[in-house]
Design a protein around this ligand. Structure first.
Ligand code: ADP
Ligand code: MG
Length: 290
């Protein structure tokens, strides 16, 4: 039989947009030692604005941004939306690209005219050993900007620096979770510098940056190996294996179908404070039963 107090709590949670798949999962929320959050769109707004474009040769700033936007029109990534908006705000003409490919955790690629164009992470540029003839992009990154490179036929022709903002709700969620004695951590494909700056702003206990999509689950395992009971909070397709690996998988926001299917708990409203609400509600519920 379902203990009455659990039934009451889960009804209460459903009203608040917390969908709990199974009661065991809800009970596990009481025992959490650590919660790992996805960064973009979970702890941050996920609304990137273009703060600066750096021309690296061959193209001027506007041409580099327009070329990036030609590819990003095909992508759903928050960085992509920011680049397209940035190009539109500047009144740039955006070409229609040819065949398009996602490079998971690294960027996007498409044929534009005769050229193969990529918009990619600093990590990708480094791994490919591409020359960047300016230290401006790295300085922007050191400043906490998310930087992506525009690469045309294996030549870095531009860099776009974008800024996202930490959500006010995240600050409150982290403070409440820490009050419960839960360690708060962050997992991101974004750079070390960006991760360090967000982690510092929120007072996170730990963070993992430049994690490729297929490494996210492994990173959760590493936290479990510290002897911690861990929850993962994420919304993307890339987050699904990590949600499964965690002791408790929490899908947040509209989320992708894959993330929702992989989760034990679904938070319908895209509000990180609901993660704190689940932990608090579980603690209160199971305290009453003892
Ligand atoms: P996260 O979910 O933490 O943002 P992703 O795996 O989605 O991480 O992306 C990791 C990195 O890959 C981004 O920080 C960016 O450098 C690059 N990237 C991913 N998608 C795109 C895209 N559409 N355009 C440009 N860069 C991208
Ligand atoms: Mg993501």
């Amino acid at each position: 039989a379902v203990p009455l107090v659990v039934a009451v709590s889960t009804t209460k949670s459903a009203k608040n947009g917390l969908l709990i798949r199974d009661r065991a999962a809800f009970e596990r929320a009481r025992d959490l030692d650590a919660i790992v959050f996805d960064k973009t769109g979970t702890l941050t707004e996920g609304r990137f604005g273009v703060s600066e474009v750096v021309a690296l040769g061959g193209l001027d700033e506007n041409e580099a941004l327009a070329l990036a936007a030609a590819l990003e029109g095909q992508s759903e990534h928050p960085i992509a939306r920011g680049i397209v908006r940035g190009a539109q705000d500047r009144g740039l003409t955006i070409q229609q690209p040819g065949e398009f490919r996602n490079l998971p955790g690294e960027g996007v690629e498409a044929e534009v005219g005769e050229a193969t164009v990529r918009v990619v992470s600093p990590g990708y540029v480094e791994r490919q050993g591409l020359a960047v003839n300016s230290d401006r992009p790295e300085r922007l990154a050191a400043d906490g900007h998310t930087v992506v490179y525009v690469v045309r036929d294996n030549e870095a022709v531009g860099a776009v620096a974008l800024a996202d903002i930490v959500r006010e709700e995240s600050r409150q969620a982290i403070d409440r979770l820490k009050a419960l004695g839960i360690q708060c951590m962050m997992l991101t494909g974004d750079s070390q510098q960006v991760a360090r700056s967000v982690a510092g702003e929120l007072g996170l206990d730990d963070y993992f940056a430049e994690v490729l999509p297929d490494q996210k689950a492994k990173q959760i395992r590493e936290v479990k190996d510290r002897g911690l009971t861990v929850a993962m909070v994420g919304d993307g397709v890339n987050d699904a294996p990590a949600l499964v690996e965690a002791d408790l998988g929490i899908a947040i926001g509209a989320g992708t179908d894959v993330a929702v299917e992989s989760a034990d708990i679904v938070l319908v409203n895209s509000d990180p404070r609901d993660v704190a609400a689940v932990a608090e509600l579980s603690a209160a519920t199971y305290r009453k039963m003892i």
